[in-house]
Design a protein around this ligand. Structure first.
Ligand code: BYC
Length: 482
């Protein structure tokens, strides 16, 4: 156990996978390292590479003390390879190979499918860093600035985690894929990142917090499914990544919560009862609730697309092959093979949205997405409680799954947030009611001013209730370079 818990710092790459004795993989990773640093310097947080940031670094996988906090310059962050401990005699928990011992090597017949899953997962990690690279310049406080950098270095580590899998288990084509992961760029017309939401801009902090709430939560669901994998190294890698992921969603949920709180308090203080008095609310230097709802519509719908098509043979094949399971697979009480069960799927039938029973195997994406929606709803309930506590009459709502979709059943139709199907003219005349307009974006941008005095916050966001690592309110989370 102690070998697993103590991280090996004797090599350049902190790890608990005994890289010292795995010379071939160590050399492959060391060869990849300069390209990674180059990518980080050009595509990582712009203008802050010399700043000292109070960051946590994963140094162990001991649940009681896996991270240590210290000031560090980001390029010197110890990106490491940490896998959750191997469970003795772990059995494959689903699919055709249910009950067989988990694989320690890639099964030949599933090599291509597995590589694709690992590459897609890997591709999202650097993409998010690229999307967020300008946010430091408009951080609403040092606390928030530190949080975005923390998220960024950990997404960098998650890229390392996938690159390790590629280099250790996929030989030459794994090394080529690892190289490609450093070549693609978020939003680039010629070599974009693989999934839609990772090519969208993150232009402001409200977008960042929505992204960490909605898109990182997709990350959580996908990692949870891969953590069930019959391929044990992938399962162990994802299990440890989930430990870090929790903080990213915390950043999103509390970031939006603090924004809502500030808006409601400012409205109360100014005696504004009606949340739809947008200009009056905006004059207070806070973001009106209807605009926050529009951003929510946008980010939720973009994130739903990340689950793929509702009915998917890719997903069925990955489940059948015991490569990618369901959320909390081991807690589900069924045969874990899904050969004869069905699952209800919302589909477009003769121009109407109908619930149709589909073979559960092909509806795997839909099921994961439903679990995701339930998880999102719990977050919205907590935001709505903040509004209730301050005493404003407004409720945040998730839009219908047919709203603003680019992937799956509803990609060809236009629907209102209520789910009502619309013709093109009706959609075009109303879409700015539901999605952020250029004016909304300009207004949000106008509030994005960097605040760097310790303990101070921009006008539009409330301070957090507690500091990171229990630090006091005026703690200097980032020491900016002179
Ligand atoms: N954009 O059968 P289909 C995270 C493609 S986030 C573009 O419908 P499938 C993070 C698909 O590739 C989690 N293309 O879907 C969060 C396929 O193309 P090919 C990332 C898309 O395969 C924040 C075709 O459409 N991890 O970690 O069942 C910060 C038909 O596919 C999209 C994963 O996603 C799209 N949205 O499911 C940092 C897990 N959707 O192959 C990190 C790994 C589908 O026919 N990936 N397509 O050319 C998977 O499990 C699956 O590939 C997907 C798609 C869920 C993405």
């Amino acid at each position: 156990m102690s070998d697993i818990v103590n991280v090996d710092y004797s090599t350049r790459i902190p790890n608990n996978v005994n890289l010292t004795d795995d010379r071939q993989v160590l050399r492959a990773l060391e060869r990849w390292h300069p390209g990674y640093i180059d990518w980080w310097m050009t595509m990582g947080p712009d203008g802050f590479q010399e700043a000292l940031v109070y960051l946590r670094t994963a140094v162990s996988i001991d649940p009681k003390g896996w991270a240590k906090f210290d000031y560090i310059k980001m390029p010197q962050y110890r990106w490491g390879i940490l896998l959750a401990p191997q469970e003795e005699s772990r059995k494959i928990p689903f699919g055709r190979h249910y009950g067989e011992p988990a694989w320690q090597e890639v099964p030949g017949e599933y090599r291509a499918m597995l590589r694709r899953l690992v590459v897609i997962q890997g591709d999202t990690e650097p993409a998010s860093v690229e999307q967020q690279r300008h946010l430091g310049k408009t951080a609403p406080s040092l606390y928030d600035m530190r949080n975005v950098f923390q998220v960024n270095v950990e997404e960098g580590r998650h890229l390392w985690a996938m690159v390790y899998i590629l280099q250790k288990y996929f030989g030459r084509d794994g090394r080529e894929e690892a190289e490609q992961l450093l070549q693609r760029r978020s939003g680039d017309a010629d070599k974009p990142r693989m999934l839609g939401a990772f090519n969208e801009a993150t232009p402001d902090w409200l977008s960042f917090h929505m992204f960490t709430f909605f898109t990182d939560r997709d990350g959580k669901m996908q990692l949870e499914s891969l953590a069930q994998s019959g391929f044990d190294p992938l399962s162990r890698t994802c299990r440890f990544m989930l430990t870090e992921e929790a903080h990213h969603m915390f950043v999103g949920e509390t970031g939006i919560g603090r924004t809502i709180q500030r808006t409601c308090e400012a409205m109360k203080a100014a005696g504004i009862e009606d949340p739809s008095e947008i200009n009056k609310v905006r004059d207070l230097g806070v973001i009106d609730l209807p605009t926050i709802q529009k951003k929510l519509h946008l980010h939720y719908s973009l994130s739903l697309d990340l689950f793929g098509s509702e009915v998917s043979t890719n997903a069925a094949n990955a489940f059948n092959a015991s490569l990618k399971g369901r959320f909390q697979e081991t807690k589900i009480e069924d045969d874990h093979k899904l050969e004869s069960s069905t699952y209800p799927v919302l589909k477009l039938v003769d121009g109407e949205i109908k619930r149709v029973d589909e073979p559960a195997l092909t509806a795997i994406n839909m099921r994961l997405r439903d679990d995701y929606t339930a998880d999102c709803q719990r977050g919205l309930d907590r935001w709505n409680k903040i509004i209730d506590r301050v005493g404003v009459a407004f409720r945040f709502q998730l839009p219908h799954v047919a709203f603003h979709r680019q992937i799956g059943e509803f990609k060809e139709v236009d629907a209102a947030p209520s789910g009502e199907l619309l013709d093109e003219a009706a959609w075009n005349s109303q879409k700015e009611k539901w999605l952020p307009s250029k004016d909304d974006g300009d207004f949000i941008q106008s509030l994005m001013r960097q605040v760097v005095e310790p303990g101070k916050f921009a006008s539009w966001i409330a301070p957090p209730r507690v500091g990171i690592d229990n630090k006091p309110g005026d703690f200097e989370y980032v020491k900016l370079a002179a």
